[in-house]
Design a protein around this ligand. Structure first.
Ligand SMILES: Cc1cc2nc3c(=O)[nH]c(=O)nc-3n(C[C@H](O)[C@H](O)[C@H](O)COP(=O)(O)OP(=O)(O)OC[C@H]3O[C@@H](n4cnc5c(N)ncnc54)[C@H](O)[C@@H]3O)c2cc1C
Length: 493
């Protein structure tokens, strides 16, 4: 059983008429100029205008929109802040965008239970801000946390600098409330640490808006550590920096954050943020310890020992909270900083076993020559999660194609090294072909069965995240083989 891939044909006027019956005028956009801001997410190379954008203010309105779309057979793409980097919130040409932007209330912060109940349009950072008076915070911290929403975080299973120690979104969400495409409301998980039955919470988290629309999220809050300090280590050799990451984890240390940037990345960041990075280094590592002052002192001591043994040329330990934040500010601003030195960049997101970081870095250096494009590398190194930023100029004919092929090769190499085509940005439309490399037919069929169980008409975010078997067969024929991208003149997607 596979989810149908219908050729959706929506009657635009009829759809608008039905939506006007269930939404007040200020909650519905149908004119092209109003739809334009919704045509893409953070993956701006892929754009599509929807037929309508719904901005419901209540769960009852969400239910009505979904029921209407289900009856009419209209595709629905949920949207948070639109910061996604894999095209997950890119609209469908025959469908509606269901924006959760107005679901922006923090419903409850429970200091004793250490949890918060929030609507899905609440910004990630706003949860920590609301919890701060109680000495608590929400640990998963995507670099986009000032803008991205909890609904998007749940749909993408987002990660961040501190997820190595505190876990990804999936480890920090206790309960979600969801509306199905048929307009049924169901709740998964509870405020208790475990729930009976199949673990549908883990299934829904990271499901990229394909199984239901999240209308409420209960998250865990953790106490703010008494102290945090960062060690910044410079390496003359990128491979050594990669090996040092594996050495730290192998020594039994789980730092609060363990991030890496290569020379191209620090060169882009330093003039922008003035974080104090060593610009002579081939790569720098940022390693954070948090806890009580005694725990931090002990961990910093052990980390510096491992880093020295791994060949670090220079080590600096943050001496104040301001300096610690400055060290991280550079890492968190790496994407916009690279955006200043190139007309366009393409951010990849693959994951590999930590011990193979060095191998991957040298392969990426070879690919820079092969495709004639520069690449700056930033990593959630502790998780083995790579974010190569491929620099290109969309105005130059063919460059986007080369950037895309470069990115695809990185992802496929991630699979070959025993890793995965995504760490935290999801598959969306961007990596849908690489899903054919990651998985074989029986696994993809299992995904289709799950999709069918939740959404038998295939209306939620069609064409994203899970490729059809037909698509994989096509991709197999067009596969980059031994470095040659065949039929370059053909339109792909
Ligand atoms: C500069 C920058 C830095 C970033 N850094 C990180 C990082 O460090 N870590 C990381 O993980 N990501 C990062 N991202 C990617 C992005 O911010 C995350 O994927 C984020 O979770 C997306 O949230 P959003 O609200 O913008 O969701 P959107 O982009 O609007 O949507 C993302 C997906 O979620 C679905 N969705 C949204 N809301 C709902 C809902 N209520 N119910 C069901 N489905 C829904 C959409 O359909 C779509 O498939 C970064 C992006 C940028 C631009």
């Amino acid at each position: 059983m596979t989810t149908p891939e219908p050729d959706f044909q929506t009657d635009r006027a009829a759809l608008a008429g039905r939506l006007k019956m269930i939404l007040p005028a200020h909650c519905l956009l149908v004119d092209d100029e109003d739809l334009r801001p919704y045509e893409c997410d953070g993956l701006t190379a892929f754009r599509q205008l929807p037929l309508a954008v719904c901005l419901p203010e209540s769960e009852a309105q969400v239910i009505d929109v979904l029921r209407t779309c289900h009856q009419l057979g209209v595709p629905v793409v949920a949207r948070g802040a639109g910061t996604g980097l894999s095209g997950g919130a890119m609209p469908h040409a025959q469908g509606v965008v269901l924006s959760l932007a107005r679901f922006n209330k923090i419903l409850r912060v429970d200091r004793k239970a250490r949890l918060a109940v929030v609507q899905p349009g609440v910004r990630n950072l706003a949860v920590s801000e609301a919890a701060a008076p109680f000495g608590l915070y929400y640990a998963p911290d995507p670099s986009s946390q000032i803008a991205c929403t909890l609904g998007g975080n749940v749909a993408e299973n987002s990660g961040g600098v501190h997820c190595l120690k505190y876990g990804l979104t999936v480890h920090n969400v206790l309960r979600i409330r969801v509306v199905s495409i048929e307009g049924e409301v169901f709740e998964i998980g509870s405020e208790a640490p475990d729930a009976p039955g199949y673990d549908l919470l883990a299934l829904l988290i990271g499901s990229e808006g394909m199984l239901g629309v999240v209308t409420e999220v209960t998250v865990k809050l953790v106490p703010k550590p008494e102290l945090a300090q960062v060690v910044m280590a410079s390496f003359d050799d990128v491979a050594r920096a990669g090996d040092a990451v594996a050495d730290i984890i192998a020594a039994g240390i789980i730092p609060a954050g363990l991030e890496m940037m290569d020379k191209a990345a620090t060169a882009a960041v330093e003039p922008f943020v003035k974080a104090g990075y060593d610009l002579r280094a081939a790569a720098i590592l940022l390693c954070e310890a948090d806890g009580t002052p005694e725990e931090v002192a002990e961990e910093i001591g052990r980390v510096t020992e491992v880093l020295r043994a791994a060949g670090a040329r220079e080590l600096r330990v943050s001496q104040s909270e301001a300096e610690r934040l400055r060290f991280w500010a550079g890492r968190k601003a790496a994407f916009p900083a690279v955006g200043r030195i190139t007309p366009d960049y393409y951010c990849m997101d693959g994951t590999i076993p930590r011990k193979r970081l060095a191998e991957m870095l040298s392969a990426i250096a070879d690919m820079e020559h092969k495709y004639g494009l520069r690449c700056a590398n930033v990593f959630h190194a502790g998780d083995g999660n790579l974010h190569p930023l491929i620099m290109y100029d969309a105005a130059k004919p063919g460059e986007w194609r080369w950037a895309e092929a470069f990115g695809a090769e990185i992802l496929e190499m991630s699979v070959a090294l025993g890793g995965s085509i995504t760490g935290e940005h999801g598959v969306g439309i961007e990596k849908i072909n690489q899903m054919c490399v990651q998985y074989k037919t029986p696994e993809l069929e299992a995904f289709h069965r799950i999709k069918y169980a939740f959404d038998d008409k295939g209306l939620l975010n069609p064409g994203k995240a899970v490729p059809s078997l037909h698509r994989c067969a096509e991709y197999g024929r067009m596969h980059v083989h031994q470095g040659d991208l065949k039929f370059l003149e053909l339109e792909r997607f």
